[in-house]
Ligand binder design. Structure first.
Ligand SMILES: [Cu+2]
Length: 153
């Protein structure tokens, strides 16, 4: 047994180096993430169990970024929705995945894509900020800071 140990150790070291190299390249790829800019939450005119979040999500990375979910400590549930007018009636549908091409962007705006923010934990104050974290398909995260604004502001 003892005779084989030096060789096994060398093999183990080589294996470890290979693993470390693989891990470091994976980290550098994951470092590039989506950027959330001009983000805001629209306060409902009256106390309601849901409100909407808007903003622009940019992908500055070399690879496509796919958002698969969002969450916030300020809300029980956060979903990506899209408003569409069908037969003159405005309807919302859930958007389970949102792919943004390299160098591209997605705009969340009233009447279109929006974040549906449900079950607010506390009453939001105009001018305060809410953190919303987006989950990416590759396991990465993107953090957005949303400013609370009154409807109509
Ligand atoms: Cu909605």
């Amino acid at each position: 047994m003892g005779y084989h140990r030096p060789m096994n150790t060398t093999r183990a070291r080589l294996g470890l180096i290979t693993l470390l190299l693989a891990a470091s390249s994976a980290v550098s790829a994951a470092e590039c993430t989506a950027k959330i800019i001009d983000a805001w939450v629209r306060m409902p005119p009256a106390a309601m169990p849901m409100m909407a979040g808007f903003g622009r999500i940019e992908n500055p990375c070399a690879n496509p970024v796919t958002i698969v979910g969002a969450s916030s400590a300020a809300f029980g549930s956060v979903e990506m929705h899209e408003t569409r007018v069908v037969d003159g009636i405005s309807r919302m549908r859930a958007v389970p995945e949102l792919r943004i091409a390299p160098g591209g962007a997605a705009t969340f705006k009233p009447g279109g894509l929006h974040l549906m923010l449900m079950e607010p934990v506390a009453t939001l104050k105009p001018g305060s900020k809410v953190a919303i974290e987006f989950t990416l398909k590759d396991g990465g995260k993107a953090l957005g800071e949303f400013v609370v604004k009154k409807a109509g502001d």
